[in-house]
Design a protein around this ligand. Structure first.
Ligand code: UD2
Length: 314
């Protein structure tokens, strides 16, 4: 029986965590419905036991959880604008799916569930950096859905004794992030467009800032969260990020250098549900996990551009 289950294993974050586990010789099962994940992302993960399944179905959750010790729950319908366009779909694939997974994990006597939380939980309050003591203030359906999952984690720790750890990711980017969907993360979209010589669009004035976090830092945080003693981490929420931020305009300038693109961006109205500034306080993850970012933003962006240059995914 595999020790680990990764949900969303054919998605960008899930496949990267699965790869990190396999690289150190761990046994891994993955599940994905291919709503957002891609079969191409499974290349290189042949050592993983893979189930095609949908967490909205309790039976699929039960199959996935059988016999595993630790679940890394990365499956979700990411994207703020997607949730604005179809809030019920986001709720089904984030909230209902997470609850089904937790019930199955409890019934299968899984020891620990690690949950992919989102920085969107903090909303648009002016306080920077965002720390975990702040009252959540979700402003999009996506943020509400991801935050509801966090609350379910904590409730399952309190009432059923299931160990849970919430990692609030801040704008993750890197190789394997899908650049082709209208709901893709901005750095994946920009890398693809600039390498193809196509003009990118900045929504708003480009002054909005993010704590863009390279995928290897997120995988590292998950491995630490899996290994940390329960008395330190169970029932806890912690930011996983870099503790630095950069504006979209500044990011575009760096990407111009890295890609050789010579044009200017187009500007369009800001998106509904968008947040102006985001920056993490990462001291709690440092204290509880010994987490430190392994790769800084510029180096992460350089590696990401090289990956898109080599792979050219559609
Ligand atoms: C939110 C969360 C993030 C993660 C993500 C999942 C915050 C601060 N972050 O990311 O942690 O959960 O959702 O989807 O809530 N943009 C452009 N041009 C484009 C695409 C995007 O200008 O072609 C802008 C967009 O309006 C936003 C910024 O780039 O201001 C980042 O957008 P995003 O969709 O990459 O991520 P964001 O911040 O909504």
């Amino acid at each position: 029986m595999p020790q680990y289950l990764v949900t969303g294993a054919a998605g960008f974050i899930g496949r990267s965590i699965a790869a990190a586990l396999l690289a150190r010789g761990d046994s891994v099962r993955g599940i994905d419905s291919f709503i957002a994940g891609k079969r191409a992302n499974l290349v290189g993960l042949e050592a993983m036991e893979f189930l095609e399944g949908d967490l909205r179905k309790p039976a699929d959750c039960a199959r996935a959880c059988a016999g595993v010790e630790i679940v890394l729950h990365e499956a979700a319908l990411a994207s703020v604008p997607r949730s604005v366009a179809a809030p019920a779909e986001t709720n089904d694939n984030c909230v209902n799916a997470t609850l089904n997974l937790l019930v199955a994990a409890r019934d299968a006597k899984v020891r620990r569930v690690i949950y992919a939380g989102s920085s969107s939980a903090y909303g648009d309050t002016p306080t920077l950096p965002k720390h975990e003591e702040m009252l959540p203030n979700p402003i999009s359906p996506y943020a509400v859905a991801k935050l509801a999952g966090e609350h379910y984690m904590r409730a399952f720790t309190r009432v059923y004794g299931l160990e849970t750890v919430v990692l609030r990711y801040f704008n993750v980017f890197g190789p394997y992030q899908d650049p082709a969907s209208p709901y893709s993360g901005v750095l994946a979209v920009f890398c693809r467009r600039l390498l193809a010589g196509e003009q990118p669009t900045i929504y708003g004035d480009g002054g909005q800032s993010r704590d863009f976090t390279f995928i290897e830092n997120v995988a590292h945080g998950n491995l630490l969260a899996a290994a940390a003693p329960a008395e330190k981490v169970s029932g806890q929420v912690m930011n996983v990020a870099t503790g630095t931020r950069i504006t979209l305009n500044e990011t575009f300038a760096i990407l111009r250098e890295l890609t050789g693109y010579r044009g200017e961006p187009a500007y369009a109205p800001a998106r509904a549900g968008d947040i102006r500034d985001s920056l993490a306080d990462i001291r709690r993850a440092e204290t509880l996990l010994g987490y430190r970012p392994q790769v800084d933003f510029r180096e992460g962006l350089r590696r990401t551009v090289e990956w898109y240059r080599a792979v050219r995914p559609d």
